[in-house]
Design a protein around this ligand. Structure first.
Ligand code: ADP
Length: 449
């Protein structure tokens, strides 16, 4: 491990790897430090897509979209608590971010829809492979071509600053060996704190009983490291609960919104629908928690299954119940056959007439649930994402309690707060890592000029 470099990037999820590539392409020599034995962070688990508006991909699918609709729907979904400057930068640079990936051979040519969005703007690979792993694998390959070193088991424990308050290095524990790296710039890309009992206890003690979809390393380190230098953390109590998580085994499996986006419905334990399945995550999670069993079933058919590749994986893992008919599925789920039949009949009528008289759902209605086999997944809400985090400006510069810039300190991705308001829209976090990861790389280059 070198004892100095242009910029230290902490974290190897989407934000870290994108910022590394952007910085390298602007002529810098970055290094990436990852505390876990594997790279990829929570990004590796992302499955829905990357939201963007006014893209060429959308136009090729016949979808006319606009930055302002993307802005408004994200703002609405976030309880109007989103930082307008961050949100504006984000939405107006989303299309370029898709193009940038495309240039690098990372093609997200397929589209799906997520909760709270009125247009198909979640871009994903044609192969229907989960977007996160696709992005990370491609970025790793690209970074290897330009010789950016990435260290695993490398945990940053302290940020160092000079007397005049500028970043001057980091202290890292590399597989048990402590070392100082001298650098004038640091990009914090450490992700959120969804797996930190300590921070959850401090900010959201009411959520301590929930499981999490996060990887073990999502413990808010970046927030702690930066606040020790005087950085401000904002909206820390805004924690997202994902509505559809299979948690009957030791591991939690997030069943992505794309399953509903492609046409799945949710029913309670008696087999009856209870919500617009594509309302925002906050609304849908609350509806499930309000049910007596605090859990529900996702119901879909072979047509939906073929549109979402991850479902094959869940089937292999034994998380999906399969039946040759609706009657058989009802029996397996301990439901009245007539009830489930009636639910599907009403739903298919809603799809056909494009009118969901019961709950007013108006997206993810492109196919009826009629093609055997039929499937069910038992789901319940779990901690998924932490909207709060470090206060940054639209140039990803970290701000202190007085709103002043901490020179040399940048943050991008889930570690930063403010973009999502009190509820993140599915597909916006991958987009955030690319849009603001690129921005961080660019701003560091300018700062070091
Ligand atoms: P994002 O989506 O914002 O890129 P991810 O969760 O995908 O965030 O990635 C963040 C990465 O940062 C994770 O792989 C996590 O293990 C890593 N990380 C967190 N804290 C540290 C730390 N102190 N030192 C090095 N890496 C860290």
């Amino acid at each position: 491990l070198a004892d100095s470099c242009d910029v230290v990037i902490i974290g190897s999820g989407g934000a870290g790897l994108v910022s590394a590539l952007q910085a390298r392409e602007l002529g810098l020599r970055p290094i990436v430090l990852e505390k876990m034995p594997i790279v990829g962070g929570n990004t590796l688990r992302a499955s829905s897509g990357m939201n963007a508006a006014e893209t060429n991909v959308q136009l090729r699918h016949g979808i006319v979209d606009s930055f302002s609709e993307f802005y408004q729907e994200t703002y609405q979904g976030g309880g109007r608590l989103n930082d307008p400057k961050l949100l504006s930068y984000f939405t107006t640079h989303s299309g370029q971010a898709i193009d940038w990936l495309h240039w690098h051979g990372i093609k997200l040519n397929d589209l799906t829809i997520t909760g709270g969005m009125s247009k198909k703007r979640a871009h994903r690979p044609q192969s229907t492979a989960p977007v996160g792993a696709f992005l990370i694998n491609n970025l790793l390959w690209l970074l290897a071509q330009v010789e950016v070193p990435i260290f695993t088991n490398a945990k940053v424990e302290k940020l160092l600053k000079s007397e005049e308050g500028k970043i001057r290095g980091v202290e890292v524990d590399l597989a048990g060996q402590k070392q100082t790296i001298v650098t004038d710039a640091v990009i914090l890309a450490t992700g959120g704190f969804g797996a930190s009992k300590e921070l959850m206890k401090r900010y959201r003690p009411d959520l301590l009983s929930y499981k999490t979809t996060n990887q073990n390393g999502a413990t808010g380190d970046g927030i702690k490291l930066a606040t020790q230098l005087g950085a401000q953390a904002i909206q820390m109590e805004m924690v997202q609960i994902h509505p559809t998580v299979q948690q009957d085994t030791d591991h939690t499996y997030l069943i992505g919104e794309a399953v509903r986006g492609e046409g799945a419905i949710l029913v309670d334990h008696s087999g009856v629908r209870f919500t617009d399945e594509l309302g925002t995550r906050k609304v849908v999670a609350n509806k499930i928690t309000d049910l007596p069993q605090k859990s529900a079933y996702l119901i879909f058919d072979e047509g939906v299954k073929q549109r979402v590749k991850a479902l094959d994986f869940y089937l292999q893992k034994g998380l999906v119940l399969q039946a040759e008919s609706i009657a058989e599925l009802a029996t397996k789920l301990n439901m009245e056959q007539t009830t489930l039949h009636d639910t599907l009949l009403r739903w298919n009528t809603a799809v056909e007439t494009k009118k969901d008289v019961q709950f007013g759902r108006h997206t993810g209605m492109q196919r009826k649930l009629i093609q055997a086999p039929f499937y069910a997944i038992h789901i319940a809400p779990a901690i998924h994402y932490t909207m709060g985090g470090l206060h940054i400006d639209e140039k990803t510069r970290v701000l202190d309690e007085n709103g002043e810039i901490i020179p040399g300190l940048f943050a991008a991705g889930e570690v930063a707060g403010g973009l999502h308001g009190n509820n993140r829209i599915g597909g916006n976090s991958i987009a955030e890592t690319v849009v603001f990861g690129r921005q961080a790389g660019q701003q560091v280059a300018q700062y070091l000029e």
